[in-house]
Design a protein around this ligand. Structure first.
Ligand SMILES: C[S@@+](CC[C@H](N)C(=O)[O-])C[C@H]1O[C@@H](n2cnc3c(N)ncnc32)[C@H](O)[C@@H]1O
Length: 295
């Protein structure tokens, strides 16, 4: 497993939500409003690599009154963390079969909650998407969505994914390789090159597309007749994001060192100065793809 901790996902959640491109988000909301209008007010979404549920918390408050989400992850601990975080986030919980069956620690039972007047049913699916993406895409849904997920996958997997995709896709915060730290450090370029090499190592799907993932997806989906819109959604970090900057610096330095493209002294000096950086920009891409009926 790639091993994302619930603590790391919670630390990045507010910045992730703030960084998503608002105009594209609004287009997706308008698109789903139209689906809901034609479908008794109901929309169904599948969130790939859902982690602890951040993507749902960003999108659901703006969607129509009745929503059905399926959160898919291969890490049962993160699905459990998602359930716990959603119960806290909700204004009220209508059904939480885990608490009804107090002996059961099954994190996968359904949750029905209310947030800002929206009734949100959440199913939790523990599935390895490297193996079973085609099966997951067969489930009925109006939108496939994901956040901070697609840079983990391989080009060959993206091919499989795009071949199997028949409905709209909205994916946010795919890392695009842009990093700007201020003030600069003499090893920024070297460390970034090593970090990118690490980004392209196998994260369970074959050699990862890393920073190229969004542009590969754009090409593959366009070639399959989807209309694709992309926008930038960078993290723009400053003094107010000190903990995130520190964790990012340490995580990036460790990943870069693992490649052996830099030595320990370079990694340590870079990490120390980046933990104290004043600002940092990390580039991402958001993407909304709609199948075109006549192609
Ligand atoms: C960077 S995290 C993003 C989590 C969440 N979408 C968010 O925005 O906070 C990537 C997620 O992909 C999940 N993941 C990685 N490989 C996976 C696989 N093979 N099958 C299913 N989920 C996977 C991880 O467990 C993790 O939750």
């Amino acid at each position: 497993m790639t091993g994302f901790s619930a603590e790391w996902l919670a630390l990045r959640e507010p910045v992730d939500h703030q960084s998503r491109d608002r105009a594209l988000h609004n287009k997706v909301v308008t698109y789903l409003d139209d689906i809901a209008y034609r479908n008794n007010g109901v929309v169904r979404l599948i969130d790939l690599g859902s982690g602890s549920g951040s993507n749902l918390r960003a999108l659901a408050p703006d969607l129509s009154a009745i929503q059905h989400w399926t959160l898919v992850d291969y890490d049962p601990a993160l699905l459990k963390a998602a359930r716990a975080a959603l119960v806290v986030w909700a204004d009220s919980v209508l059904e939480n079969s885990e608490s009804a069956r107090s002996n059961s620690m099954n994190p996968l039972s359904q949750l029905i909650l209310v947030k800002q007047g929206k009734r949100i049913t959440v199913d939790f699916l523990c599935e390895d998407l490297a193996l079973n993406i085609e099966k997951v895409l067969l489930q009925p849904a109006d939108l496939i969505t994901a956040a901070a997920f697609f840079d983990l996958v391989a080009r060959s997997w993206l091919d499989r994914f795009c071949n199997a995709l028949t409905i709209p896709l909205y994916t946010v915060l795919t890392y695009n390789g842009v990093e700007k730290w201020s003030p600069p450090h003499v090893s920024d370029r070297k460390v970034l090159a090593a970090f990118h090499r690490h980004q392209q190592t196998d994260k369970g799907f074959g050699a990862a597309a890393g920073p190229s993932a969004a542009s590969i997806m754009e090409d593959l989906l366009s070639a399959r007749g989807f209309s694709v819109q992309t926008t930038q959604s960078p993290w723009l970090l400053n003094e107010n994001n000190r903990s995130l900057i520190e964790q990012l610096a340490s995580g990036s330095a460790a990943a870069a060192l693992e490649t052996k493209l830099i030595d320990t002294a370079t990694a340590q000096s870079w990490e120390q100065s980046r933990r104290e950086a004043q600002t940092c920009e990390i580039g991402h891409i958001d993407l909304f793809a709609l199948p075109q009926p006549n192609k």
